[in-house]
Design a protein around this ligand. Structure first.
Ligand code: DON
Length: 340
């Protein structure tokens, strides 16, 4: 099922929703200032462990925000497509919760941060044999195993349809990245086979791995990610199409694991300084949810040593500080001065 954005819908400024370029507003000007400030930053390196990802341009840089009332703001390469990678993980976790219920899902994946790298298998062979959380690869593979269907095509169709409700537009897979991941993902294969041995995967392990690689290879733009974040900020309902993407009863579960585990071994520092549920991915995206207010996404491929976008972290830290976005901070007057 695909739903194009409603072209006649207008935002609070009277601009057509989706017309990012002309949305002249104090908030967009603020985003523009951040983009100008951090574009010259040359730190970090583009991920290359999946050969196809190394083709990304380190200068790509976009910042987007969508409010819960459906206003859209964006600066930079807002329409540049890239693969979603690990940013997909909380959304697939939400799909599994909706499909199986939280009790069944919690038998396969926990909610404890690991403090380890995203692809670590160090803690997998502990007492419970259950992956620690759905934001690291082990937990994400156990989670996507729960997206069931009669055959691989049906499972993929379910995955794409669920993401289409979040983005409000048709989704597709980058075949080159999928093939690249599939042929080089030996560590993920090892993790999946270990979990098969522990009984944490019950479907076909190869089919589930293919679905995981496809999940990571979905093509998105920064604008899409901001819309997905805004959907979570808006109680699970896409603020532009009005379609529900996630059952209200599972929203808290998804946001909680994003808050505690979404930034890998930087999760504690992120919760302390930025203070909103978020998820990063190796293609250089960070998606952040400001509950009840807006979704934010930053895309810039160069990564730090933990696998988080360097410019993404800096922009989110500054935005949170400037606008008082931290969930434990008093609401900042600055945000209302910018009209959001
Ligand atoms: O499993 C992998 O290696 C990738 N497909 C996803 C990794 C990812 O984005 C982790 N992020 N920081």
């Amino acid at each position: 099922m695909t739903m194009p954005l409603n072209p006649t819908r207008r935002d609070d400024l009277g601009l057509l929703v989706g017309d990012l370029k002309t949305a002249a507003s104090p908030f967009r000007q603020h985003l523009l200032g951040l983009h100008r400030k951090y574009l010259p930053l040359r730190d970090g390196t583009v991920a290359s462990y999946i050969p196809e990802l190394a083709r990304a341009n380190p200068d790509w840089f976009a910042i987007c925000a969508v409010t819960t009332s459906g206003q859209q703001f964006g600066v930079g390469d807002v329409n540049q497509q890239f693969t979603i990678q690990s940013v997909s993980k909380p959304f697939v976790y939400g799909m599994a919760l909706d499909a199986m219920g939280s009790e069944a899902v919690s038998r396969r994946v926990g909610v404890e941060p690991t403090g380890d790298a995203f692809n670590s298998l160090i803690k997998l062979d502990d007492d419970s044999k259950r992956p620690h959380n759905p934001m690291v690869n082990a937990g994400a593979i156990a989670t996507v195993d729960l997206i069931r269907g009669a055959d691989p095509t049906e499972r993929l169709r379910k995955l794409l349809s669920a993401f289409e409700v979040y983005t409000g537009r048709p989704m597709s897979i980058d075949a080159a990245v999928f093939t690249s991941e599939r042929s080089t993902g030996h560590r993920n294969r090892a993790i999946a086979h270990l979990m098969l041995n522990f009984g944490m995967i019950s479907g076909s392990v190869d089919e589930t791995l293919d679905l995981y690689f496809q999940q990571c290879s979905m093509l998105v733009t920064c604008q899409d990610l901001a819309m997905m974040a805004a959907t979570l900020a808006n109680g699970g309902v896409n603020p532009v199409t009005g379609q529900r993407a996630l059952a209200a009863e599972h929203l808290r579960d998804v946001l909680s694991v994003m808050y505690t585990c979404g930034m890998y071994d930087y999760a504690g520092e992120w919760a302390y300084t930025v203070g909103v549920p978020a998820k990063s991915g190796v293609s250089g995206a960070i998606l952040a949810v400001v509950p009840g207010r807006m979704g934010i996404a930053v895309f810039s491929p160069p990564l730090d040593e933990r696998g988080n976008s360097v410019r993404g972290i800096r922009v989110c830290e500054e935005l949170s500080r400037d606008l008082g976005l931290h969930v434990f901070a008093p609401t900042s007057g600055r945000a209302s001065a910018l009209g959001i």
